[in-house]
Unconditional design. Structure first.
Length: 64
């Protein structure tokens, strides 16, 4: 049996222009640089914390 980690697909759906600078930096740390860009991140507590901070700017879906 393989130990597969869950993955999250994160897409930016709202602009970070009018948001505080730390939220824009959080998007960059997640690997998102443009609107409607999608990245895949490993599901762990650190990434979940970053997503909670910018939850109003992104759309998240779990993939196996």
């Amino acid at each position: 049996m393989t130990d597969r980690k869950k993955t999250l697909r994160v897409t930016q759906v709202r602009s970070s222009v009018s948001c505080p600078a730390d939220q824009g930096r959080t998007l960059r740390a997640l690997g998102i640089h443009k609107m409607h860009q999608t990245v895949e991140q490993v599901d762990n507590p650190a990434v979940r914390g970053m997503l909670f901070k910018v939850k109003h700017l992104v759309e998240v879906e779990e993939i196996d």
